[in-house]
Ligand binder design. Structure first.
Ligand code: MLT
Length: 388
């Protein structure tokens, strides 16, 4: 046996590092109020109707006739059907066998690496740190695509070799920059992926925040079903960060080296995953109804309004903002040449404000910080007064 030495890294996962720093700050400053604009975790409580649905489902477990044991590893048909219908409403044809219910996007976007060997991953810099970290812990090769002014903060396949296949991570709107890829941008990626037999992992965790006509699913792009996997979550759109539910769509037409990725993922999930509890899936099914969507919209609007308040206020501050109306995050350049971690410390020590240092999302994030609009409105307003 050999130990995977990639785990000898001294670097913590950035959100864990921040949680530890905030905890120790709280212990040393028990009277300081904390304004948590750090991790993108929802703060609004669940709607009572949603909880009623889940409670009713849980109560079914008390009766002989409705009691349920192990859930199916890929999800109950009622939820998979609801997901299929949601795609159909967007004009996208997905079959029930292509949907895999999971306990959130984070697990799927990292565990999917089990399907590949000797992989080279393509990852935007900056972006959601789990993409890079999961690859680093597996010892995979990674090509980082720096996002900066010269490329309008958009990743593009232009500089990648066409003689190689890659695993390509795309998050749109990007976390943390908020920049959304257009139909044309995604079309370029899909064409490249089909040409090189690459696979796109499309993380659409933030699609509910898109205000313009940018694609909300990679399957809006012609040709995506032969090169893309979509990973989605109920966390941000329906407040499920504690309940835990998401899903991954692996098209049957996604074939590489004579292997069906759909069959492989089914094999993976039935071996490595235990499924999502019945009552949670019932809650997720409710979220996808008209009534559920109305309820979710209220919360999404609240977070969007938080983002607007932050952006409007910060426009006249010392920070330089990246414009984006499609994201629950505000990505800001630090004015005085301080590093991201120095600025993180300074906001925490001076005001009790928690942000995420930009370098936590990759090297190109150095000199930036990210603020989350998932915070409580009162914290956003107070933070605005201090961030000038
Ligand atoms: C973030 O803050 O970027 C995310 O919410 C964290 C996560 O989804 O794991």
């Amino acid at each position: 046996m050999k130990i995977n030495k990639c785990y000898s890294t001294k670097k913590n996962y950035v959100f864990t590092e921040i949680a530890q720093k905030v905890e120790s700050f709280k212990q040393n400053h028990p009277n300081q109020k904390i304004y948590n604009l750090g991790i993108g975790d929802v703060t609004l409580p669940l709607d009572t109707k949603l909880v009623d649905v889940m409670e009713k489902a849980l109560k079914e477990q008390t009766a002989k006739d409705t009691f349920k044991g192990y859930p199916p590893e890929t999800g109950y048909d009622f939820l998979k059907n609801a997901i299929v219908c949601t795609y159909a409403q967007m004009g996208i044809d997905i079959s029930i066998e292509e949907v895999f219910v999971s306990n959130g996007a984070g697990c799927d976007v990292t565990n999917i690496l089990n399907l590949f060997k000797d992989v080279t991953s393509v990852i935007a810099d900056p972006t959601y740190p789990a993409y890079y970290d999961s690859n680093a812990l597996c010892g995979n090769d990674v090509v980082l695509l720096p996002l900066n002014k010269s490329n309008n903060y958009k990743m593009s396949p232009k500089n990648l070799s066409c003689d190689k296949s890659y695993l390509i991570y795309i998050c749109s709107p990007n976390n943390p920059t908020g920049v959304t890829l257009s139909h044309d941008d995604l079309d370029e990626w899909v064409t490249f992926a089909n040409l090189t037999k690459s696979i796109i992992l499309f993380d659409n965790a933030y699609q509910c925040f898109i205000e313009d006509n940018s694609p909300k699913s990679i399957f809006e792009i012609d040709g995506a079903k032969s090169c893309a996997i979509e990973i989605a979550s109920f966390s941000k759109c329906a407040g499920f960060t504690n309940l835990r539910c998401g899903y991954t769509v692996v098209p049957k037409s996604l074939i590489r080296q004579d292997m069906s990725l759909n069959v492989m993922w089914k094999r993976h999930q039935s071996t490595f995953f235990n499924g999502v509890p019945y009552h949670i899936q019932k809650g997720a099914e409710f979220v996808l109804t008209g009534e559920g969507q109305e309820i979710c919209k209220k919360n999404i609007d609240y977070y969007k309004q938080n983002a607007k308040i932050l952006r409007q206020h910060l426009l006249s501050s010392k920070y330089e903002l990246l414009p984006s109306n499609n994201s629950p995050y505000v990505w800001m350049k630090i004015p005085d040449g301080a590093t991201s971690w120095e600025h993180f410390e300074s906001l925490l020590q001076s005001y009790g404000i928690v942000c995420i240092p930009g370098s936590g999302f990759g090297k190109s994030g150095e000199g930036y910080i990210r603020l989350s609009a998932f915070a409580k409105r009162e914290d956003i307003l107070e933070a605005c007064k201090m961030l000038i």
